[in-house]
Design a protein. Structure first.
Ligand SMILES: Nc1ncnc2c1ncn2[C@@H]1O[C@H](COP(=O)(O)OS(=O)(=O)O)[C@@H](OP(=O)(O)O)[C@H]1O
Ligand SMILES: Nc1ncnc2c1ncn2[C@@H]1O[C@H](COP(=O)(O)OP(=O)(O)O)[C@@H](O)[C@H]1O
Length: 637
């Protein structure tokens, strides 16, 4: 290996330096091990021996090149930090240090994750974009629990290149038999968790033996040094290039009527002009007419490249769709079994709707209680009712519509997803699709001839869901009743779903726990949607204490159809009214989880209508609501 000498070249010919630098492939790798294994020393040696470009040097370089009017450092710099900013924007607090260095053959980003309790979250975050994992073993200690944990996690997130770095060989007299027995023990374990291939290298971070320089002390080892190996291991895009073509559409580029291009990053395979492609999920096939890359018109493009393609026919294709090889398209489904790593401090809430983001697709999804969680140290399958921080579990995921996917093992881009809290926008989990549930493919949406528009127009009205929310005794039922009477008198077709009544029938199996209330509101939302599909004006009077579920119901309906009405009555006033005597019982400890007292109420931040019942009578509140509803639907007045 020839050490890379950026300083000299930068001084002589910055353009040549930047051009050479930009053309090199990038390897992202992760180091797993603890300080005791000599990890810091090893990384330090790699950086030192390869005359690494440190972050601050790159920043200085960028500033210098801007000053002399040269372009081109930006791309590398983005690559250096993009992993970080993406995670920060998603609200995950992680503890992963990224370091950048380069040799003449390759650029490297090494993610260094500390080995403390937050290990799973840190490692999954650091490893999710890595091509390769370097697993450190102390030659004196051999394969330990943490070696197994690191290997399991690396394999879980889809890292196919594993390097077993048997460190501190100097402390065992560079003895081949020590190395061989560690490799044999590791091979048996690796096979048991599905790792069929790894590269073992005996080395010493301290002396530098087999890190960047060959070691005279270990003549029995004929393989590459660690750096030599890292310079040639295949990166994920090499592997992706051999799979069937996939282009998840990021946006549709339509500058004028003559041009309609579909832009995105090719996730797998390659594509040539004239090739037949299939748009998924619609299933329409057509041919690729043109391919435009960063450097202009192309005849072919491969995985990892950002392109815009145009198609021979005017087919429907929008953001979230996937343009794929016509004869081997990805699957579509709305229910999956997935392996989920929980990243948030708040545990998973059964039945709660989370945003599921898979590539360019975003849908609402709920997670069932896990079938089991995995002990990362022993790989044992344990029973659990929910997923908590750092848990890894296998669970069913239900989406509210079909998505285009591939099992994670076949492709990270269409198989990996994140779950996002709808209220805070924080990433709460990372998931990997194992397979679709069979019933998902068996249940088809029945296409119905009498559409919701036909139902509504027959009734001469636009459907609405008037969603009343507020504390017990706030006045939801009283006002909703009055509104319905007025609508009825005006000849509107309506139906009132009331908390007390539904809880005696449809939802009699549900309690007032968080999960019980979430499921209560979800079912009511589904029923309200069906009734709105039937053309009705639906009124619902449920406490519906959580923002996430109210927002979820809003998202289930066409824009503008959901009207959130906050019956804003202070707790003290509702409690003073105590229509049903429940507050007195709750205060006396006879009712558990009572809203406002021992269970939370999340007030709407921006309701469509707010009613202050301390200032407004039920009558005037109802008139205002009717005016709001009739006002926005003027055609048939
Ligand atoms: N623990 C506890 N907390 C809150 N409310 C309780 C509880 N136990 C019984 N009740 C009675 O149930 C009614 C609320 O049911 P909801 O279906 O509207 O509640 S929720 O939306 O699922 O939170 C509510 O009716 P309203 O007073 O009309 O709101 C109460 O009468
Ligand atoms: N401005 C008001 N709006 C609604 N209800 C009011 C108002 N002022 C007093 N009330 C009384 O408050 C009580 C509200 O009870 P209810 O409608 O059953 O509440 P909820 O359905 O929210 O539990 C009723 O007895 C009602 O007469």
């Amino acid at each position: 290996m020839t050490a890379y000498r950026p300083d000299a070249l930068v001084a002589e010919d910055i353009d040549a330096y930047l051009a050479g630098h930009a053309a090199k492939t990038m390897l992202r790798f992760i180091t797993c091990g603890s300080v005791d294994d000599g990890k810091s020393t090893l990384i330090g040696r790699l950086l030192y021996d390869s005359r690494a470009i440190f972050e601050d040097q790159l920043a200085a370089l960028e500033a210098d090149s801007a000053r002399v009017g040269t372009q081109g450092t930006n791309i590398d710099f983005a690559l250096l930090v993009d992993g970080l900013t993406a995670e920060r924007e998603q609200g995950i607090t992680i503890d992963v240090a990224y370091r950048f260095f380069a040799t003449e053959r390759r650029k490297f980003i090494v993610a260094d994750t500390p080995g403390h309790e937050q290990y799973t979250r840190n490692m999954v975050t650091g490893a999710s974009t890595a091509d390769c994992a370097v697993i450190l073993i102390d030659a004196r200690k051999g394969v330990l629990t943490q070696t197994r944990r690191h290997s399991y996690l690396a394999n879980l997130v889809g890292i196919r290149e594993i390097v077993l770095a048997v460190n501190k060989m100097d402390l065992v007299g560079y003895d081949q038999s020590v190395f061989d027995s560690i490799v044999e023990e590791y091979r048996a374990f690796a096979a048991s968790i599905g790792i069929d291939r790894f590269t073992a290298i005996p080395l010493s971070g301290l002396t530098g033996a087999n890190v960047t320089e060959r070691a005279d002390a270990m003549p029995w080892y004929a393989g590459p040094t660690l750096l030599q190996h890292l310079e040639v291991v295949p990166v994920d895009t090499d592997r992706a290039a051999t799979r069937p073509f996939r282009l998840p559409v990021q946006w549709v580029n339509r500058p004028d009527l003559d041009f309609r291009g579909f832009a995105g990053m090719i996730a797998a395979g390659s594509v040539s002009v004239g090739e037949r492609v299939r748009i998924v999920p619609s299933g329409r096939t057509t041919q690729v007419a043109r391919i435009i890359g960063a450097d202009g018109e192309r005849t072919r493009a491969v995985a990892g490249e950002a392109v815009t393609v145009t198609l021979a026919d005017e087919v429907d294709c929008s953001r979230g769709d996937v343009i794929a090889a016509a004869d081997s398209p990805p699957a579509i489904a709305d229910q999956f079994v997935a392996t989920i790593v929980w990243l948030a401090d708040q545990p998973m809430v059964q039945g709660r709707g989370y945003w599921l983001k898979l590539g360019t697709q975003m849908v609402n999804a709920t997670v069932q209680p896990p079938r089991y969680v995995i002990d990362v140290n022993t790989q044992a399958e344990l029973s659990a009712t929910t997923l908590e921080l750092n848990d890894i579990g296998v669970a069913e995921v239900y989406c509210d519509r079909q998505i285009v996917f591939e099992p994670y093992a076949d492709g990270v881009d269409l198989g990996g997803f994140i779950l996002i809290d709808r209220a805070t926008n924080a990433t709460v989990a990372a998931g990997m699709i194992d397979q679709a549930l069979r019933r998902s493919g068996d249940v088809h949406w029945q296409s119905i001839d009498v559409t919701r528009e036909a139902h509504a127009s027959q009734k001469g009205q636009s459907p609405r869901v008037l969603w009343f929310t507020g504390l017990s005794g706030s006045g939801k039922s009283t006002i909703a009743n009055l509104v319905e009477r007025k609508l009825h008198a005006l000849g509107r077709h309506s139906f009132l779903l009331d908390g007390d009544n539904i809880r005696h029938g449809l939802n009699r199996d549900l309690d007032f726990s968080e999960a019980g209330r979430i499921e209560n509101v979800r079912r009511v939302g589904e029923v309200a949607r069906l009734m709105a599909d039937a053309g009705l004006i639906v009124l619902t009077a449920f406490i519906s204490p959580f923002r996430a579920e109210r927002d979820m119901v809003r998202g289930m309906l066409p824009v503008g159809e959901f009207v959130e009405i906050f019956v804003d009555t202070p707790l003290a006033v509702a409690e003073a009214r105590d229509v049903k005597g429940l507050y007195a019982k709750a205060r006396a400890g006879q009712i558990a989880d009572f809203t406002g007292i021992s269970s939370p109420y999340e007030a709407p931040a921006r309701p469509d209508i707010r009613i202050d019942t301390t200032r407004e009578t039920p009558e005037t509140a109802a008139e205002r609501i009717v005016e709001h509803v009739i006002g926005i639907w003027s055609p048939d007045l």
